[in-house]
Design a protein around this ligand. Structure first.
Ligand SMILES: [Zn+2]
Length: 106
């Protein structure tokens, strides 16, 4: 079993359906227990406010799975894996940066 979060676009206002440009703020939740493949799941949460109706909500912006095999990012656009040749660096504690503007639909 995984997260109980509904699978919807976190950028869409649940009240009126207006799409938010970007989260007001984001933060990361790091799962304390690795998954079956020894990967740590980092969930990137976002806090949004609707420019139309002012409603505030929170949603999962993306999930990052980081392990010895590399890093996998799961977001509204689907999954993508980062190059596994970087894994040595990741293991040494490289900070993973996420460009949120990349996640927007055109
Ligand atoms: Zn709204």
């Amino acid at each position: 079993m995984g997260w109980a979060m509904p699978r919807r676009n976190p950028y869409i206002c649940p009240k009126c359906g207006t799409k938010a440009d970007k989260p007001i703020k984001t933060w990361q939740l790091i799962a304390p227990i690795p998954d079956a493949r020894g990967r740590i799941t980092i969930t990137v949460m976002g806090s949004f406010q609707c420019s139309n109706c002012g409603y505030r909500w929170r949603g999962v912006v993306s999930k990052i799975k980081a392990g010895a095999e590399g890093v996998e990012i799961e977001s509204t656009k689907g999954k993508r894996a980062l190059g596994s040749e970087e894994k040595e660096e990741k293991r040494r504690g490289t900070i993973i940066e996420i460009d949120l503007s990349e996640e927007e639909e055109g």
